[in-house]
Design a protein. Structure first.
Lengths: 388, 319
């Protein structure tokens, strides 16, 4: 396991000594995330971001010491997540639950949170309905509607009026397709074709040809991060859709952890997202610099910022309410703070994070590395999925 | 002292019940985990019936498990929250899917059978994915609320009711399997396992018997799926995952195929080692599981239940 350097560990201890009095109690936070298997990168990003946060802010809030515990959920596995949440709540006596990458996993713990009055901070699971399933859910991630609607609006502003959607045929893909279509058509655009690609597709050339044949001004793509995105963007380039004047519009396809693998073929891809590791703010520079110092091989992405802000929100809740669950949720409602992704706040009604959405273009930074360069900002976007 | 098979069996049953009771009091905070072990043990038992007893090698038990889970979930949401009725519905769904797919599958053998059984699970997964209005698709089917068992025992937060409930079901399943194993059908299944050609030569309807066996296995897998749906109160597409079928087969091999207690011991060891290793080192626990399985396959191919025999042979010089 990775451990931060001794110097960094020493900082909070020094702080504790300077504070003079021993802390009154320990507040435990159980993080449920994939730590093994194909999705292990999520758990790793969460843990590193939380350790960066603790290195920057210490482990103490008021009289409380905050301790994070991790439990492996594997992939999407509601049985395992529920059992893990039960173990954390009953045996480990945690006061807060965090993590939760996949929607079924989050839904499976909803009732436990309500029954035990324990706040659950969702770092990622992105379906809009989740926060309605328990009054104790708060989300610091994003929803598909939240980033897809701004993408459609921005495309319309650029004078794009015809588009084809090409999404992977599974739940989130269909959500993205619906979100894009409804926003794009509401703004006067026309969706010429809606292509749903099987989840196991490896050769995207036929789909790209189909897009090209209809000569839209843009193609909106949604694919799970990883190899499919790689193959999709390669097919986009090999079939020279850019040359044919078809703009690529996406959301999380150019995730920082996979961007280097995409290589120069990703240059010029347009995506709308809530966080870019290249976001230009003092807060983000401090975050990425500390992350690079503690974990030189790591790069910040949406998972990191979800966990970092989750930790920030938990610190705030502990500061106001200690281990009192209902009071902590009240404290979270409407709380606004500065995050590495920009100014954010928790919507008092939906308990989902309201945040800026950035239109980004893949570009080289001064060192020649690929980054998501932010070229436009849509400010304070709430979750747009619940009204649908 | 020499024990007769009957007393041996009764002794093992008594030990199992004592172990279940001891676990209940010894690990009051881990009941959710223990409940998952018991549900998994029922699924592994269903594989033991078709693979261990009947010699039908499949890697698609998740299809039957998942059908039971979705059927029980749909029943609970739309018709009644009664757990026992839901269990019956899950069992019927598992049996029905096993029978229908078995009509084709049981004609095949070896690799063909394995591939076909995987295909059935994949097809069902895709159907569940498409039928979003019914199943919730990739988000999972939510809204399952269970009534108290027999109107008396409410499912509680710590999971005491759930644990006792699944243990009772496990004992009933185990008892039924014991009866089945000793029945003419069970004996015929063993014969088919040893040599289908010879059984055919003496006039046994091999295809029909294999189909019955597979359907019964489907019923038990359906029960396991229904229990999982009732305990977790959510069903997701992952119930049909290949890894589910594969892990269950590994547990069976670990404990020893063809012996009912082997299925239970294999499940307990696999899941406990998994759990402990994963909480000690959440990032690298797979290595430990891998080493355990390799060790068992190399040194005691009969499974962990074969350990005493293997030791006896080692000490006594073998015969």
């Amino acid at each position: 396991m990775n451990t931060p350097s001794k110097r960094l560990l020493a900082a909070p201890i020094l702080l504790a000594l300077m504070a003079g009095s021993a802390p009154a109690d320990t507040i435990r936070v159980g993080v449920i995330a994939p730590l093994s298997g194909p999705f292990a990168i999520w758990g790793q990003q969460f843990q590193q971001a939380i350790e960066v946060f603790q290195a920057q802010n210490g482990t103490e809030v008021g009289d409380h010491t905050i301790e994070f515990l991790y439990r492996d959920s594997g992939g999407p596995n509601p049985d395992q997540s529920r059992a893990m949440a039960q173990e954390l709540l009953i045996r480990e006596q945690v006061d807060y639950i965090g993590g939760l990458v996949f929607t079924p996993n989050a839904l499976a713990v909803a009732e436990l949170l309500t029954q035990s009055e324990t706040p659950g901070v969702i770092f990622n699971a992105a379906t809009s309905i989740i926060t309605q399933q328990s009054d104790y859910f708060v989300r610091t991630g994003f929803t598909l509607w939240q980033v897809t609607v701004p993408m459609a609006d921005w495309a319309l502003e650029q004078g794009i009026t015809t588009a084809v959607t090409a999404v992977t045929d599974y739940g989130p893909g269909i959500d993205a397709e619906n979100a894009f279509r409804s926003a794009f058509e509401a703004g006067g655009g026309t969706v010429l074709d809606q292509i749903r690609m099987p989840i196991s597709t490896t050769d995207f050339a036929p789909f790209m040809q189909r897009v090209r044949d209809q000569s839209p001004q843009a193609v909106f793509g949604f694919l799970p991060a990883g190899p499919p995105t790689y193959a999709f963007t390669r097919a986009y380039n090999e079939n020279d859709l850019q040359g044919a004047g078809i703009t690529f519009l996406g959301t999380g396809e150019t995730d920082e952890t996979t961007l280097d693998a995409l290589g120069d073929q990703a240059l010029g891809l347009h995506t709308a997202y809530h966080y870019s590791a290249a976001h230009d703010s003092a807060m983000n520079h401090a975050f990425t610099a500390m992350l690079a110092e503690m974990y030189p091989d790591s790069v910040a992405n949406l998972a990191s910022v979800g966990a970092y802000d989750g930790a920030a929100l938990i610190y705030h809740m502990v500061d106001v309410a200690g281990s009192d669950g209902p009071a902590a949720i009240e404290a979270a409602r409407g709380y606004a703070w500065e995050s590495p992704r920009g100014p954010v706040s928790i919507d008092p009604v939906t308990r989902h994070i309201t945040q800026n959405v950035y239109i980004r273009e893949v570009d080289h930074d001064e060192n020649g590395r690929l980054i998501n360069r932010e070229i436009a900002t849509i400010e304070a976007v709430p979750d747009l999925g619940l009204s649908q | 002292m020499k024990l007769t098979p009957l007393t041996k069996g009764l002794l093992a049953d008594a030990l199992l019940i004592i172990a279940a009771v001891v676990a209940f009091y010894a690990f009051p905070y881990d009941l959710a985990f223990l409940t998952r072990i018991v549900i998994m043990a029922i699924l592994v038992l269903s594989i033991d019936l078709i693979l261990g007893l009947g010699g039908i090698v499949t890697l698609g038990q998740a299809a039957l498990y998942g059908s039971g889970a979705y059927a029980a979930g749909l029943f609970a949401i739309h018709i009644s929250g009664d757990p026992l009725l839901g269990l019956a519905v899950g069992m019927l769904a598992g049996a029905a899917i096993a029978f229908l797919s078995g009509l084709l599958l049981m004609r095949a053998e070896g690799l063909t059978l394995i591939m076909l059984s995987i295909a059935v699970a994949l097809v069902l997964q895709e159907i569940a994915n498409r039928a979003r209005d019914w199943t919730g698709g990739a988000d999972g089917m939510r809204g399952i609320r269970m009534d108290p068992i027999l109107g008396l025992w409410r499912f509680d937060f710590i999971g005491q009711t759930g644990y006792i409930y699944v243990c009772c079901v496990l004992f009933v399943v185990l008892f039924a399997l014991k009866v089945l194993k000793a029945s003419p059908l069970g004996l015929m299944a063993r014969g088919i396992h040893e040599s289908p050609a010879r059984m055919r030569a003496i006039g046994a309807p091999v295809y029909q018997r294999r189909l019955i066996l597979y359907t019964l296995g489907g019923a038990i897998a359906g029960i396991a799926g229904a229990l999982a749906a009732q305990i977790t109160q959510l069903v997701s597409l992952e119930v049909f995952n290949f890894s589910h079928s594969a892990e269950a087969v590994i547990m069976l091999i670990l404990g020893g195929a063809g012996k009912l207690y082997g299925a239970i011991i294999g499940t307990v060891i696999f899941m406990v080692v998994h759990h402990l290793a994963a909480s000690v080192d959440p990032f690298n626990w797979l290595f430990i599981i891998g080493a355990l399985v390799l060790g068992v396959v190399f040194f005691v191919p009969q499974g962990l239940l074969g350990v005493p025999t293997a030791l006896k042979r080692l000490i006594g010089g073998g015969k």
